[in-house]
Design a protein around this ligand. Structure first.
Ligand SMILES: NC(=O)c1ccc[n+]([C@@H]2O[C@H](COP(=O)([O-])OP(=O)(O)OC[C@H]3O[C@@H](n4cnc5c(N)ncnc54)[C@H](OP(=O)(O)O)[C@@H]3O)[C@@H](O)[C@H]2O)c1
Length: 244
């Protein structure tokens, strides 16, 4: 499937690289009339349909300014997140780092959503796509995973909260993607383009959830298993020998 996004106006957070730049590129390829490429330090783009815009998830003034500028947005892609390397585990991470992870991945994502909800309402309801992570569903012991679990919960809450204004909310669940964020993980990874293609198809269909790789689809199927079994499956997968 390659559903069209003709005439739509998209804002992508964290647009400068990785998955974000694919959301920009493939949004244009599917017919978006304009894509706001939001970043802490915006860069130049060659396509006139791309509007670079400053947006730091952790700076309320910058979020408000972006929402006041990009008043034609009807698809918000909450893509930006942080996963500091060598941050340690839930128990060993230092407080400052753990707070920074949650500040961006949970509070920042919610902050942007809150600011753009009225914009989406004014433009007919529109859509929100939240880039989450398979780690939200698995016993991976990092503050990043915990922050994505919180963001997953918020995604479901916001879907219910914004339904009356006609805003569709899609959560993108995905395992490893070949970007800078996953460079320390020596495991098979999805291409950013493949993930974005599936995500945009999900948005076009108003899907609640997009499961973008085989591992995520497998884990989704195991969520109703005993927690002990899911835990054992993930441990085997992490060791590189998961049995499907
Ligand atoms: N890579 C994976 O394996 C993987 C797997 C599952 C889910 N994801 C999710 O995919 C999304 C995109 O990540 P990626 O893989 O493309 O990694 P990435 O290349 O590290 O991109 C993350 C982006 O987020 C931006 N960002 C971080 N903090 C920000 C803030 N406070 N305000 C605004 N922007 C901020 C970064 O901007 P700067 O350029 O300014 O640093 C960067 O552009 C994230 O939500 C991530 O959690 C990734």
């Amino acid at each position: 499937m390659t559903e069209r996004l003709d005439g739509r106006t998209i804002l992508v957070t964290g647009a400068n690289g990785g998955l974000g730049q694919e959301f920009v590129r493939l949004g244009l390829a599917r017919g978006a009339r304009r894509v706001y490429a939001a970043a802490r330090t915006p860069r130049a783009w060659e396509d006139a349909r791309v509007v670079p815009i400053t947006l730091d998830l952790n700076d309320a003034a910058s979020v408000a300014a972006a929402a006041a500028t990009a008043t034609d947005v009807d698809l918000l892609v909450n893509n930006a997140a942080t996963a500091p390397p060598n941050a340690g585990t839930v128990l060993t991470v230092d407080d400052e780092t753990a707070h920074a992870i949650f500040e961006t991945n949970y509070f920042g994502t919610v902050r942007v959503t809150r600011a753009f909800a009225p914009v989406l309402a004014a433009n007919g309801g529109g859509s929100i796509l939240n880039v989450l992570s398979l780690s939200a569903w698995t016993p991976i012991p990092t503050a990043y995973a915990a922050s994505k679990a919180a963001a997953w919960s918020a995604t479901n809450a916001v879907r219910a909260e914004l339904a009356p204004q006609g805003t569709a909310v899609t959560g993108l669940m995905v395992g490893l993607i070949d970007t800078a964020m996953s460079s320390d993980w020596k495991m098979p990874k999805m291409s950013p383009a493949s993930v974005v293609e599936q995500a945009y198809d999900g948005v076009a269909h108003g899907a609640f959830e997009v499961l973008a790789d085989e591992e995520t689809r497998t884990v989704k199927g195991k969520l109703s298993d005993r927690a002990e079994d899911l835990n054992a499956y993930i441990a085997a997968w992490m060791a590189g020998s998961a049995q499907r």
